[in-house]
Design a protein around this ligand. Sequence first.
Ligand SMILES: NC(=O)c1ccc[n+]([C@@H]2O[C@H](COP(=O)([O-])OP(=O)(O)OC[C@H]3O[C@@H](n4cnc5c(N)ncnc54)[C@H](OP(=O)(O)O)[C@@H]3O)[C@@H](O)[C@H]2O)c1
Length: 309
Amino acid sequence: MEQRTIGQQGLTASAIGYGTMDTGLGDGANYDAASLSAIRSAHEAGVTHFDTAQLYGWGKGERLVAEALSSIRDEVTIATKFGFTPRFTPDSRPEHIRDVVDASLRNLRVDSIDVLYQHIDDPTVPVEDVVGVMKEFVEAGKVKYLGLSNTTPENVRRAHAVHPISVVQSSYSIFDRSSEEFFPVLEELGIGLIAYRPLARGFLTGGVKPLDEYPEGDFRRRNPWWAPGNFEANLAISEEITALAHSRGATLPQLALAWLLARKPYIMPIPGSRNAERVAENTAAVNLELSADDLDRIDRIAPNGAHAR
Ligand SMILES: NC(=O)c1ccc[n+]([C@@H]2O[C@H](COP(=O)([O-])OP(=O)(O)OC[C@H]3O[C@@H](n4cnc5c(N)ncnc54)[C@H](OP(=O)(O)O)[C@@H]3O)[C@@H](O)[C@H]2O)c1
């Protein structure tokens, strides 16, 4: 698989990574067995970067990643994140960061975490103080590279002044262009971008359903992409992009991932799937080279991403 350099501090990994949010969130022996095999299948398909977080099962997700990758630990890089309370509110108080990172080192069974992210900005703690604590772990040899997620370009700049930031993780796909506001600061400071939710919550997998087919309380009920009017328009976009993908001998998710790889050389998408065939399908997207005409066509189909108002 093509390798990409993420940041200027030495992090290099496969152009497509693997997101383990879903593998950490479910329960039961069957669920765990399927998750372990999906994570291993990603490595067999050439993936060398795995993304997890304390939030993904409050330690369980990290333990699954550790178990799946234990025999090939030296061949992969693992990223994890701190910064949430169990009520899903931000918490980047120094004592919380220290507790979570110590627990992550134990859960992942490593002496050193490859990439440590603040998962979300905490408005009550200045980012300089957050990075000051993250930096202590780098100096102690317990973390190699630093990242920020769900943040702002301004915070990236402030954080980088305290300690070099290697990577920003942000939602980015044909449907969600908001991450493009980071491009100037990333290019100025030499920082990489990990694109999460690259398949747009199902709109770029072909598996999206109307809202009433999802259970009550499903997160999609609050997402404007599914609002009446928007849903139909967004479905039409994904159908047009599917037709383009098929004309190139590819699938919709492959085209969605190839589009991200074509945007900038410092971008790595981290699709997640608990299905080994889909994992292989997703990683094969590195072989799909989109032409300038293909990219123009996608811009004409979805000039501003999804309909979201
Ligand atoms: N920093 C953050 O705040 C943040 C937030 C969200 C996510 N993330 C990270 O980003 C990763 C990916 O994000 P995500 O899971 O939200 O979104 P995603 O990768 O865009 O979509 C994942 C969904 O697409 C399905 N899928 C994947 N490949 C497919 C294929 N080839 N064909 C059909 N369906 C396919 C998966 O279902 P199956 O498992 O059934 O295949 C899963 O439901 C996460 O695992 C996590 O590591 C980070």
